[in-house]
Design a protein around this ligand. Structure first.
Ligand SMILES: Cc1cc2nc3c(=O)[nH]c(=O)nc-3n(C[C@H](O)[C@H](O)[C@H](O)COP(=O)(O)OP(=O)(O)OC[C@H]3O[C@@H](n4cnc5c(N)ncnc54)[C@H](O)[C@@H]3O)c2cc1C
Length: 432
């Protein structure tokens, strides 16, 4: 028998597909024509470009992405822990080209909402009827004394955008002595992948347990609680001795002085509210805001971009849609799955708006898997609907689920397996 929880898992990305299936005759909306330029080829932008072409092949879709390859942050913690390599999280854009998306590798430097034109670093200009902007995040340098983009490129990588910094941080772990200390500092404010720092601590602890068992990971936390906390801590007890004097993982909450105030890349120390900690490897994850182009284009209010959550159209500039991490879809966590689902809702809305139709009523979902150890996964799934009066994305009561606290070892092993299945499916959905 399929339980409700398993049904939701099996349906996986299908809620958004369900959104699409709401259109008569499946995906194709047909005939609108028009030009759409998509900025950013991550889960948000790449999915939107592909699904727009699938919804209406008469629409000319151009995707402008700065880099020829995309490294997924999802599963990048397994690269840090040595369970997979960078190639396995590297994707190109030929799949999108096969869907008829024109892919341009260039940096967008300007978006002019008045003339509906987009300009790039190489001097090209693209005109659009509608634009979709999904530039991800940027970092708030200067929030932590002594921390900078230069330091992150050299000795203290954040690895919060996967790629070369993921490799650099992994190498630091390989080079570290047995008996060394790794510090992970979590950011204050809204950030991409709320459970990510704790999955990272888990998989670094797994590496240390296997190869450098006298070492430890200290999480300097800006807050007092975190996503899936009970499930993570139960996993840490089971695998890494959490709560004992031999624990590989130590968690310092914000109120215990975990929020760091400064970092010194030469002395290799972090300054917490109470203690200064010397470490061998330091991973400061800086506070975050919407990607730079969102600020340059005047799409932000505070750190993020306000949008109509039914269509993801900017509340500041008509004709420009913003989705994924850069938007203020606060009801949903900033995740790759959220970006992928929002992109499908947005693509259908854009196809409708270009054809002069009223966009359909959306639903959304997010499942967030975390790998605690090789054979131990945990997850939380939430199904959302749209509250038109409040312009909010709200959770549907009674839908979704979370790994039970008394899940058997076999169930946890299966969760880890589902996490890898989810990764294969979503990357194929985005780039395939
Ligand atoms: C360690 C870690 C683990 C994670 N694990 C998970 C997970 O298990 N599940 C999950 O769902 N999510 C996970 N996430 C979160 C997920 O990676 C992000 O939420 C997701 O990448 C957001 O997608 P996006 O399209 O909004 O932005 P991005 O993925 O950042 O994509 C933005 C793209 O836009 C491009 N770009 C930016 N500006 C410009 C410009 N001016 N011109 C041209 N191109 C531009 C960038 O090069 C980039 O390719 C994790 C994140 C981290 C850090």
């Amino acid at each position: 028998m399929i339980s409700r929880r398993n049904f939701i898992k099996l349906s996986g990305g299908a809620v958004a597909v369900g959104t699409l299936a709401g259109c008569a005759g499946g995906m194709s909306r047909g005939g609108a024509g028009g030009k759409v330029v998509v900025v950013g080829g991550g889960p948000g932008g790449a999915t939107a470009a592909k699904y727009l072409r699938m919804a209406d092949p008469s629409i000319e879709v151009t995707l402008i992405e700065a880099n020829p390859k995309y490294y997924t942050c999802f599963m990048s913690n397994e690269v840090l822990g040595g369970d997979r390599d960078l190639d396995s999280i590297t994707f190109g854009y030929d799949g999108l080209r096969r869907h008829g998306v024109r892919v341009v590798h260039d940096m967008v430097t300007q978006i002019d909402p008045a003339t509906r034109k987009i300009m790039t670093k190489r001097g090209a200009t693209f005109s659009y009827d509608r634009a979709i902007v999904s530039p991800g995040i940027d970092f708030k340098w200067g929030a932590i004394e002594g921390h900078s983009a230069e330091l992150a490129e050299s000795t203290i990588p954040h690895a919060w955008k996967a790629g070369p910094q993921t490799v650099a941080l992994h190498k630091q772990l390989l080079d570290m002595k047995n008996g060394g200390t790794v510090v992970i500092a979590t950011p204050a404010g809204a950030f991409r992948c709320p459970p990510g720092p704790y999955e990272r601590a888990s998989l670094i602890a797994q590496y240390l347990k296997r190869h450098k068992p006298k070492s430890k990971v200290i999480i300097m936390d800006s807050g007092d609680k975190f996503a899936k906390q009970g499930l993570f801590m139960a996993g840490w007890k089971k695998h890494y001795g959490y709560g004992t004097s031999n624990s590989i993982i130590e968690w310092v909450s914000g109120s215990q002085g975990g929020k760091i105030e400064g970092v010194d890349g030469k002395a290799m120390t972090v300054q917490g509210a109470v203690d200064k900690i010397k470490a061998d490897v330091i991973n400061v994850i800086p506070p975050q805001k919407a990607g730079k182009i969102a600020f340059d284009a005047g799409l932000t209010d505070g750190d993020w971009c306000p949008v109509n959550k039914k269509t993801f159209e900017s509340k500041i500039h008509a004709g420009i849609h913003v989705l994924g991490d850069a938007s203020n879809s606060a009801g949903m966590p900033k995740s790759g799955y959220s970006a992928n689902v929002q992109a499908k809702v947005c693509a259908m809305a854009v196809a409708d708006l270009l054809a002069g139709r009223e966009p359909g009523f959306p639903s959304y979902m997010n499942t967030c898997y975390s790998v605690v150890a090789e054979d131990h996964g945990i997850s939380v799934s939430i199904v959302y609907t749209f509250d038109e009066a409040k312009n909010e994305i709200v959770a549907v009561k009674g839908a979704g689920g979370v790994t039970p606290s008394d899940a058997s070892a076999e169930a946890l092993r299966r969760e880890a397996h589902y996490a890898h299945g989810w990764f294969a499916n979503i990357t194929n959905d985005i780039f395939g």
